[in-house]
Write a protein that binds this ligand. Structure first.
Ligand code: BES
Ligand code: MN
Ligand code: ZN
Length: 504
């Protein structure tokens, strides 16, 4: 993804292939006195389409008009906007616009900013609006790139200039520039997470995921520590090693250390599930759809994406980011149902189902984060299929032991437009994990699978404030939607990053 967004007229700005402009329903009504004014004939044409019910200017509804020589740009794309503007509506509008210009093979587009967006800025903040619109434009342009013998596509959308309809003051211009910059950093990090997640299992083994983290650390000046299988054994990481032992691609424990507030006792622990492929192990998954399990490192990608934002924006917080990475394979060496393993925390686990592997590696992930000083824990994991039954592919399921931290994650999700829904963690659920063979077993049966999976992980939080985010339904989509792409979505990158914003 290489889309550059700028504000204001640029020297040497290329002629736009497309003029993008916002339109509200009110502006299209026959008696409307304000609005439009792009060109009298085009305005009239659009009003006629509205009058005939062809174009209603509903939110995210777009319409392409060829300008037939009336304007220097060959096309105008109108994008519907409701007059009640929020950051999320702008993000969705940006993505809808990006998708609408794609078939036109536009390389440079110009976005005309209506007065409504600049004027109404007080309710949602000018920089927030700029960020949201930029995120939408970039995320809506991004999609999975197949690995092919020959590239299929042309250059694609390269640059966007955002131009206010009426000259805006220097303060507003500065806010737009700041918001665009943040939006660009946020969205590019999501694209990075999506690309990692879309990468096939043969091209992204635990070792290769560790190399990616090392490269990210080197690029952004963040310390990166990688434990190989021998160091992991020294540290007693029985969960990580148990899951990884079935594969000839050995596991890795990846740790990134970011210290932006040395005097602050708060240290975030972000732990991302990094199963580079999940066959289920000896409790083998069915064949249909198993290829989607390349996305079982979506939590790891979310954490790396969020660390990319942190590395670029350098907020005054401390973070220990941990990625337990392993490949879950069946083999003569693999874990078997009934095996008892000892985790890094000393707790023993009866493995009744080798397909409940995420919680085993995350157990050691949480212990690693705590050992390295984390005080507040957030784990992100494609943990259960059950979360899809409960919340579909719409919302990420959350489990927590701390209402205050849960509230912060919920607020961060709201700001980023990523839906997070808390599930209850009543005490009786925990009993489903009781084992006759060990301290606990790794599955609680069919009932409330997302909750018991979360509670298993929570045991390893050692009473520290903790939130578990189950992205089993949201990390991967079978079709694109709003600013999310088909395949990997990069969900939770922006929510995690928002946790570090000063408003939290
Ligand atoms: N990675 C899967 C969960 C998953 C499945 C996410 C499908 C997204 C789509 C996880 O490791 C798993 O297999 N979970 C089991 C748990 C069960 C054995 C308790 C599941 O959900 O079936
Ligand atoms: Mn599994
Ligand atoms: Zn899994």
């Amino acid at each position: 993804m290489n889309l550059q967004i700028t504000y204001g007229h640029q020297e040497q700005e290329p002629e736009a292939d497309v003029i993008l402009t916002f339109v509200t329903e009110q502006e299209l009504q026959a008696d409307a006195e304000t609005g439009l004014a792009l060109h009298p004939q085009l305005d009239d044409g659009l009003r006629q389409l509205y009058a005939r019910g062809v174009y209603r200017a509903k939110p995210e509804e777009t319409y392409v008009l060829p300008t037939l020589g009336l304007l220097p740009s060959p096309f105008v794309v109108y994008i519907g906007l409701s007059s009640e503007i929020t950051a999320e509506k702008l993000r969705l509008a940006g993505a809808a616009a990006a998708r609408a210009v794609q078939p036109l093979k536009a390389v440079h587009i110009r976005v005309l900013l209506p007065q409504l967006l600049v004027e109404g800025a007080e309710q949602y903040g000018t920089a927030t609006a700029a960020q949201a619109l930029s995120e939408g434009l970039i995320l809506g342009t991004d999609s999975r790139q197949a690995i092919r013998r020959e590239a299929k596509e042309g250059p694609g959308l390269g640059s966007v200039t955002i131009i206010p309809n009426d000259a805006a003051g220097a303060e507003i211009a500065a806010a737009w520039e700041e918001g665009i910059r943040r939006g660009q950093v946020y969205a590019e990090a999501v694209c990075y997470a999506r690309e990692l997640t879309n990468r096939p299992g043969n091209l992204l083994t635990p070792e290769q995921l560790a190399e990616e983290a090392e490269q990210l650390g080197a690029e952004l000046d963040i310390e990166c520590e990688v434990l190989d299988e021998w160091s992991a054994a020294e540290q007693g990481m029985g969960g990580l090693l148990g899951v990884g032992q079935g594969s000839s691609n050995p596991p890795r424990m990846i740790v990134l250390h970011y210290e932006g507030a040395p005097d602050d006792p708060t240290v975030w622990g972000w732990i991302g599930k990094g199963i580079t492929f999940d066959t289920g192990g000896i409790s083998l998954k069915k064949a249909a759809g198993m290829e989607e399990m390349i996305s079982d490192m979506g939590g790891a990608a979310a954490v790396l994406g969020a660390m990319r934002i942190v590395g670029k924006l350098r907020p005054a917080v401390n973070i220990v980011a941990v990625i337990p990475a392993a490949e879950n394979m069946p083999s003569d060496r693999a874990l078997k149902p009934g095996d008892v393993i000892t985790t890094m925390s000393g707790r023993t686990v009866e493995v009744v189902n080798t397909d409940a592997e995420g919680r085993l590696v995350l157990a050691d992930g949480l212990t690693t984060a705590i050992q390295r000083g984390a005080t507040h824990l957030v784990d992100v994991a494609t943990l259960t299929g059950a979360v899809m039954v409960a919340l579909g592919d719409v919302a990420t399921g959350a489990i927590s032991n701390n209402p205050e931290l849960m509230g912060k994650v919920r607020d961060a999700g709201e700001r980023s437009g990523e839906k997070v829904w808390e599930l209850p963690s009543y005490a009786p659920y925990r009993k489903q994990l009781d084992s006759d063979a060990a301290d606990m077993k790794n599955t609680g049966g069919r009932l409330a699978g997302t909750i018991t999976g979360g509670l298993f992980i929570g045991t390893f939080a050692e009473e520290r404030p903790w939130v578990h985010l189950d992205i089993g339904g949201t990390a991967w989509l079978s079709r694109s939607r709003g600013w999310e792409s088909k395949g990997a979505t990069g969900v939770m990158v922006r929510t995690l990053a928002e946790l570090t914003s000063p408003s939290n």
